[in-house]
Design a protein around this ligand. Structure first.
Ligand code: PA5
Ligand code: MN
Length: 189
């Protein structure tokens, strides 16, 4: 039988900071990449500020392989909304994913195409199951970095456009120093 996977290999994951050794493909997102995703505009002087970093363990994008990555989201808010990832559906909609939080405190916001939503906790040791068909965005509601490890089918792909156009049904905002879930008045789902 022809095998689609790479030969066996290993990576060391720093269970506190999330760094991978050897260091792998890095994707950095700054506030300037997030224009229109927060309810408030990003102020010009903050456009260069880094919000999150994704470090991926690359494998061939074939059905049967598993991709994995760590994400580190810096703490902070924009117009009262906590720092967060862009969020996406998987391009192959039915592909599921697992998140394991290593550090920090967060909320995982999920939504279906029909507008159903869920907000799940993220904290050290939390394993979140993201079922196929659910868009997902992670939000750092703590005072330090939120770090999590993700594993998903390599052929899942990313659909960012739907979320860019519709948003999520809810926002996670800071109220008196604590997270609050509010309906998103701009949601277009
Ligand atoms: O696979 C995932 O869902 C994660 O690794 C995310 O891609 C990562 O957290 C960054 O979020 P986004 O892809 O929405 O920018
Ligand atoms: Mn995903």
């Amino acid at each position: 039988m022809a095998l689609a996977g790479p030969p066996p290999f290993s990576t060391v994951l720093d269970l506190v900071g999330g760094a991978l050794d050897p260091e792998r493909k890095l994707v950095e997102r700054r506030l300037g990449d997030m224009q229109g995703m927060y309810a408030a505009p990003v102020p010009d002087e903050r456009l260069d500020e880094r919000v999150y970093l994704v470090s991926e363990i690359p494998v061939p994008i074939d059905e049967g392989n598993l991709l994995s990555s760590t994400t580190t989201i810096e703490p902070g808010t924009v117009g009262g909304e906590y720092h967060m990832t862009k969020g996406h559906f998987h391009a192959k909609l039915d592909r599921a994913e697992i998140y394991l939080t290593l550090a920090g405190e967060g909320r995982l916001v999920l939504a279906t195409e029909e507008g159903e939503h869920a907000v799940e906790p993220m904290g050290r040791g939390t394993v979140n199951y993201v079922p196929g068909g659910w868009a997902h965005r992670s939000v750092n509601v703590g005072h330090g970095p939120l770090v999590f490890f993700a594993v998903f089918p390599a052929d899942a792909g990313y659909d960012y456009k739907t979320i860019e156009e519709q948003g999520f049904p809810v926002l996670i905002v800071e109220r008196d120093g604590a997270p609050e879930v509010l309906p998103n008045p701009r949601y277009r789902g």
